[in-house]
Design a protein around this ligand. Sequence first.
Ligand code: PAF
Length: 280
Amino acid sequence: MTPPILRRLAELRETTTPWIRAGARIGVVPTMGALHEGHMSLVDAAKAACDHVIVTIFVNPKQFNNPEDLANYPRTEEDDARKLARFGVDALWVPDGPQMYPEGFATNVSVAGLTDVMEGAHRPGHFDGVATVVAKLFTQTMASDAFFGEKDFQQLLVVRRMAADLDLPVKVHGCPTIRDIDGLALSSRNLLLSDRARTIAPRLQEEMQGIAEGLHTGKPLASLQTAAIARLEKAGFAAVDYLDLRRQSDLSLAEDLSVPVRLFAAAKLAGVRLIDNIAI
Ligand code: PAF
C-alpha cells in the first residue's frame, strides 16, 4: 500500500501524537524525492530500528545556491510514493514551500567549521539550508531516529553536529553508500546524466579506488591526485572541484593513513555535479 501523503503540519502531528504517547520510536528518512535504491536502504534501516517510519520529500530551495540546479532537480512524487508501497512506510511527509517556510520565516541554522570546506566552500549557503530544513524536519516529525546516507558524508557530520548542539533528541544514523553495478554512487542527480555521460560517470569512483590502492602501496598522495585529475578531465569531466584526503572525524586535510580517513571527490560532468567519498 502506498503510504498516506501528509501535506499539512496539523495532519502530521495528528499522526505522530499517538505514536509518541505510546513511547514508540519514530524513524525519519529525509529526502528530496527522486527516490532510488540508496533511499530504500535508509528506509530498510529505519524499519529495522523503529516502530514507525516517516519518509519526507521536500526539494529545499534554501540549500540550492544555483537557481538552475533547483529548477532542474528531478521531481517524481507519484513514482516515489509507488516505490515506497512495498516498504510499509507509515507516512510520507510532503510539505510545500509555504508550509515549510511560512511568510516571515527568519531563522537560519548555521554549523561552523565542518562547513568551511568541500561542499560548503563550493556551494555558499548550502549547509545553512540543509541544517535549517533538517532541524525543522526533526522537530516536525518528532523523530527519535534519523537515517542519512554516507554518500553525503559531510552532510551527515553537519547534521550530527547540529542535532548535538541544539540538544535535539534524535539519534542520527549513517548508512553505507549504495552503488550501481558499475560502481557509480546512487544519487537522484544521476537521472540528469545523458546516456553518454552516464557511461563516463563511474570513472570518478574508479579513480578514487586507484588512489586508495596507491596510498596503500605507499605512493605519494599529491602525485596520485594530479594523475587522477588529469585522467578525469581527459575522460570528459569539465572540472574536478576537489579530490581530497580528509580525516573522517573533523574533515581536516590528511597526508597519510595514520588516522581514519576518507577520500572525497566532487566533479562536474556534462553539467551535472557528482560527489562521492570512500573510506580508506
Ligand atoms: O540529502 C538530501 O536529500 C537533502 O540534503 C536533505 C537531507 C533531505 C535535506 O534537504
